[in-house]
Design a protein around this ligand. Sequence first.
Ligand SMILES: [Cu+2]
Length: 297
Amino acid sequence: MGIPLYLIFLTIILLSVTVVGKTMYNRKKVTCMTGMMIAMTLGMIVGLTLGVVFGILFIDNFFVATILGMIVGMVIGFLSGISVSVMAVLDGLLSGLMGGMMGAMLGAMIAPEYREAIVKIMFFLFLATLLILLYMIQKELNRNKTSFYMNPLITVVLFGVFFVVFNQLGPIFKVIDSPKQNHVEDDSNENSLLIKAKEYTFMSNKVHAQAGETVTLFIENIGDEEHDLEIIGLEVDDVKQNSSHDHAQGTEKIHLHAGPGDKQSITFIPVEKGIYRFICTLPGHEDLGMSGTFEVL
Ligand SMILES: [Cu+2]
C-alpha cells in the first residue's frame, strides 16, 4: 500500500468518527429524520468508497472484498444511527451493506488502468458528501449561528490544498513489478520484457520498447488457467516465435500462449512508434482486466 492509501483510510476514519461523535454528543437535538439521513449517507458513502478499495486490494478474493466492504459500511451505518433511533440504525445498516457490496463489485470489475482514477473519484465524492453532511448537522444544531462549515471559501481552499498534496504523493496502489524488474536480464544482450499473467490481470500492464530495436517478450503464466497475450495493431519485423506450440506462425502478429506455469517468448522488432493495447484473447478475460499497453518509443 502506498502513502495515499493510508491517507485515504485515515481521512475516512477521522471524518466518520467526527460525524458519529457529533451525532452521539448531540443526540437530544438531532431529529429522527436527520439521524436517518446521517446514518444512511455515512453508511452508504463509507461502504462504497472502502468497498472499491477492498475490491482492488483483494482482487484475487472477491468474497473477502465483499464481506469487508459490507462489514465496514454496516458498522459505520449502525454506529451513526444507534444514538438516534431504531429506524436510523436500520437505515444505516442496510445502506452500509449495499454500499459495501456495490463498492467491492466496482473495485473488482474496473480495468487495472482505471483503478487509481476510480479510487480518487470515490474519495472525492466521499469528501464532498461528508462536508455536506457536516453542514447539515451543524445547521440542525445551531440554527442561528454561522460556523466553520458554512463558509464555502474555506471548503474550496481545503479541497484545493488536499488534492495538490494528494497528487504529489504518487500512486495509490503500488505497481507490483517496478520498471526495473520488468526488464529481465537474458543470456543475450537483447532487450527483454517479462509480463506475468494470472486471473485476471497482467503484471506489469505497461511496458515499453524502442522502435527498430530487437526485443524479446516473455509471458509467464503464474495463474491457474490458460492465458495468452496479443498486441493489437503492432507492426513488427523479424518475428521469431521461441516456442514449439504456436498458432500464429507465419503471420506478423504478436501472439503468445501459455498454460498454467508456462513461460513463452517471442522476439521481434517493433516498427512504428505509438501506444498499442495488448490483451488476453481468451473469452471474457479482457473484460475481467487482462489488458495493458505496449508503448513503442
Ligand atoms: Cu487470460
